[in-house]
Design a protein around this ligand. Structure first.
Ligand code: FE2
Length: 398
């Protein structure tokens, strides 16, 4: 199923078709050039448009999902509308009808929020639906100042729900996080059984996603053990680089990682063949302990994608909101049509039924939540600092 790719998905096209001019608003890798991979997830019904996004070379897929309605298309989780993205969407419009609705399914996820105005401008006849409690920092701005088009922007639940005869909607939150409000809205496409999610749940695989096929540089960078090693490319090194990258993205500072002395980092820099931005000139301030793979296996035990709450969210967003999260998962598990999960990051589609989600809720309820030790220690320190500064509440209101 995953190999079914519309013709617009050619992995490499002219750089101009990958240009994203608004990248300085959220300056994340790969900055102004966003390659897009288009995949048909469920034949004739659900498509995924994926780009990479991250800090330096710690980059994971971010996805916009397209679902087919009886009268056209719905876009869930906006992506930067590069030329490649628009070409793929125009092709789908020709086959299945116009984009009717654009949904921003999160109140706080900047990576999904910032592309929304530009995507909305590309589809001037579409209705824009946003999650309640949109906020901006440091000053709360009115919705139209955030770039949502006046006159055709609606708020989910408050102004109704789009295509409610074909789609089911369920919100997690709003949860008061002090600095802002977390809310995410899940959407079930009844015809296909695909449950679209944003950030709350992800499925992580031990193999790198196909999005890296066009440019595996981030994987090769992290596969090394020293800064003076070249960026060699083998399937084994891509897998190693991906697993280390996942540990960074999950824990910020994994437990099995040491930071070598600055003198050692500098001594390994500028080796022949590495004097270029692609390899950060040989600067590599990481030293992985020999047993680092065990840390990865606690996240992803087998060869199948592991469904989970991303540790960053568990420790920094939901540390005191486990009950609300579990209630939401159990609500989602009540939908009999459920067959697939399509989160906005990492793997998709992930086979999933009601029993899978119910089991996940039970597991989350029974295991230690938002721990402090080992891999979690950096996240716990950040949460502790936010609490001490009074920036996040001890008892969030949900
Ligand atoms: Fe996200």
């Amino acid at each position: 199923m995953l190999s079914a790719v519309p013709p617009a998905s050619a992995p490499v096209s002219a750089a101009s078709q990958q240009r994203w001019w608004w990248w300085p608003l959220l300056p994340l890798y790969p900055y102004g050039r966003r390659r897009t991979l288009v995949r048909e997830l469920i034949p004739g019904q659900v498509w995924s448009l994926e780009q990479l996004q991250g800090v330096f070379y710690v980059a994971v897929p971010i996805r916009m999902t397209v679902v087919r309605l009886r009268s056209g298309l719905l876009l869930y989780g906006p992506l930067p509308p590069t030329g490649e993205v628009l070409a793929a969407l125009r092709e789908l419009e020709q086959r299945y009808g116009p984009v009717r609705s654009i949904v921003l399914p999160t109140a706080s996820g900047l990576e999904h929020k910032l592309p929304t105005p530009a995507l909305a401008r590309a589809f001037p006849a579409a209705t824009v639906w946003v999650t309640p409690e949109q906020w901006s920092f440091p000053v709360r701005l009115p919705s139209s100042w955030l770039g949502f088009p006046a006159g055709r922007t609606r708020v989910l639940f408050e102004d109704g729900l789009p295509h409610a005869d074909e789609l089911a909607w369920r919100g997690l939150g709003p949860l008061d996080l002090g600095l802002g409000t977390f809310m995410e809205v899940a959407c079930l496409h009844r015809a296909s059984g695909a449950l679209l999610l944003t950030d709350a749940l992800v499925a992580i695989a031990p193999e790198p996603p196909p999005l890296f096929d066009a440019d595996p540089t981030p994987l090769l960078f992290h596969a090394r053990d020293r800064g003076d090693q070249p960026l060699n490319d083998t399937p084994e090194l891509r897998r190693r680089g991906w697993q280390r990258l996942v540990l960074f993205a999950s824990y910020l500072q994994p437990a099995r990682l040491e930071v070598p002395p600055l003198r050692e980092v500098l001594a390994q820099a500028l080796a022949p063949g590495l004097r270029q931005p692609r390899s950060y000139f040989g600067l590599y301030p990481f030293r992985w302990c020999p047993d680092w793979e065990e840390e990865f296996r606690t996240l992803v035990p087998g060869e199948e994608p592991a469904l989970q709450v991303a540790p960053v969210l568990e420790r920094l967003v939901f540390p005191r909101c486990r009950d609300a999260l579990i209630r939401w998962i159990r609500d989602l598990a009540a939908w009999p049509e459920l067959r697939w999960l399509v989160p906005a990051h990492y793997e998709a589609p992930v086979p999933c039924d009601r029993e899978t989600l119910a089991q996940l809720a039970t597991t989350l309820e029974s295991r230690p939540w938002a721990p402090d030790a080992q891999s979690w220690s950096t996240l716990a320190r950040i949460d502790g600092a936010l609490l001490r500064l009074g920036l996040v509440p001890r008892e969030p209101v949900s």
